[in-house]
Ligand binder design. Structure first.
Ligand code: PMP
Length: 463
């Protein structure tokens, strides 16, 4: 039963809204799913049905929806002021949060520059790295270096370092120059690091930063990196004097089992990008952290050359900062990272079952991320089937994945996995077929001879 007003929502949606990453004629073919409420890991649709949020509402949600602790913190701040500018002035929620972020980030990251979203945190990082080189007189360093399959957001700078042809090819002519190096999800780390060193040897005098998504490349299809790559890349960046930017917009705040993915390999980047889970997934707020070395370069006497000309109207929004502080408290109160370890153990236990399903390939997991590939065209119907069974997930190309809220209980996660399994085995409209031996060989080649299950056991040597 639809509550009163849902018809109007649908009418307004059809008439006035333009949805992100959406081919609108396809979207308009059906009535949209109207969400009317949310609590914990559940979303309540306007027709009264409940759905488990298997993708944390675009990889954001950490502690479950509508946690009263976060809502109260937002309301408390709202009574003081909802927004004031930090252009030339400051406020306590922004300064306290900055101190706490510096305290939990890798040692050496000491300055916090706020913005609003993942893409803006990346824009800030890229512009900082560029200007840092210019200030140091390295004027030829005007290009970037990024991983194959990279995704860093949808603004022009972020697209320039991205490598997802399907999303961004149309904008190619607008972009700044970026070199590419192989992804550690495609090959072993030694081979990958040799390729990286090759690029750095040749071009380091033109490259102002190397940007990576550490440990898991999310939008590329939840690709798990070969162990050792990140630490090796850090060493090479230091050797060739190229700052390392870690984009932890997706991996940050516990997603991979550590507060920040860089911790898996004991790495301190020169610049760190944070967003999504920063506020527990409740309000748009982002932060770009930098080292003293970078910050101090901007302390020169040249008023124009040493000012970082970047800012947004809502920089350091107090409501967002209040939500972020409450979220950090919940990490401690709920022992959230311990729960991620429990979720990862369930993925490890269930991965072999998925690997045995005909058509399923490259089962992989890390922290609260689980993914596998299906034959071309099968992921979308599998996700649609899961939705019918009460689990909201979206495919990434041919990849089906789960990134549940970190607060998901073991019972809830098992239920999600049961629904995914059922959607594969009994899913109406599924076209999962046993792959031919040629397809299997090609798949093995793509996996670089690795086991079909890629999980954290591959990280046993890491810190
Ligand atoms: N970087 C990474 C690694 C991401 O996964 C994303 C978004 N999925 C972004 C940047 C962009 O974040 P936003 O959508 O908040 O701009």
């Amino acid at each position: 039963m639809r509550p009163k007003g849902t018809k109007q929502v649908i009418r307004d949606d059809r008439n006035c809204l333009w949805h992100p990453f959406t081919w609108m004629p396809g979207y308009l073919a059906d009535d949209p799913l109207v969400i009317a409420g949310a609590k914990g890991i559940y979303l309540r649709a306007a027709d009264g049905r409940y759905y488990m949020d298997g993708v944390s509402s675009m990889w954001l949600n950490v502690h479950g929806h509508n946690r009263p602790e976060i809502l109260r913190a937002i309301a408390r701040q709202g009574k003081r002021f909802a927004h004031i500018s930090v252009f030339g002035q400051t406020h306590e929620r922004a300064t306290t949060l900055a101190r706490r972020l510096v305290a939990i980030a890798s040692k050496g990251l000491t300055r916090v520059f706020y913005s609003d979203d993942g893409a803006t945190s990346v824009e800030v990082a890229l512009k900082l790295a560029f200007q840092f080189a210019q200030i140091r007189g390295e004027t030829r360093k005007t290009k970037f270096l990024a991983l194959r399959h990279a995704y860093h957001g949808d603004t022009l700078g972020a697209i320039s370092v991205g490598d997802i042809e399907h999303f961004h090819h149309i904008f190619q002519t607008l972009l700044v120059k970026c070199y590419r190096t192989p992804s550690p999800a495609d090959m072993d780390s030694d081979t990958c690091l040799r390729a990286l060193e090759g690029v750095l040897k040749k071009h380091s005098d033109e490259i102002c930063a190397f940007i990576v998504e550490p440990i898991v490349q999310g939008a590329a299809g939840m690709l798990v990196a070969a162990p050792g790559y990140l630490a090796g890349a850090r060493k090479l960046c230091t050797k060739y004097r190229v700052p390392l930017i870690a984009d932890e917009v997706f991996t940050g705040f516990g997603r991979t089992g550590r507060m920040f993915a860089c911790e898996h390999e004991g790495v301190t980047p020169d610049i760190l990008c944070l967003a999504k889970g920063l506020t527990g997934g409740t309000l748009p707020l982002a932060a770009t952290l930098a080292t003293d070395e970078i910050y101090e370069a901007f302390l020169g006497a040249d008023r124009v050359g040493c000012t970082f000309f970047h800012g947004h109207s809502f920089t350091a929004n107090p409501l967002g900062c209040a939500a972020a502080l409450a979220s950090l408290d919940l990490f401690e109160k709920d022992r959230t990272l311990d729960n991620v370890r429990r979720l990862e153990a369930i993925f490890a236990e269930r991965a072999p079952d998925f690997a045995r399903v005909p058509g399923v390939s490259r089962v992989r997991f890390k922290g609260a991320v689980f993914a596998f590939d299906l034959p071309k065209g099968s992921a979308r119907p599998a996700c649609a089937e899961a939705q019918k069974r009460g689990l909201l997930i979206r495919p990434l190309g041919d990849t089906v994945y789960l990134v549940p809220p970190l607060a998901t209980t073991e019972r809830e996660l098992r239920k999600m996995l049961d629904i995914v399994a059922l959607s594969l085995r009994e899913g109406a409209g599924m076209r999962v077929k046993r792959p031919t031996s040629r397809q299997r060989d090609a798949k093995r080649r793509r996996a670089g001879g690795r086991s079909e299950i890629e999980g954290p056991h591959r990280y046993s040597g890491a810190r």
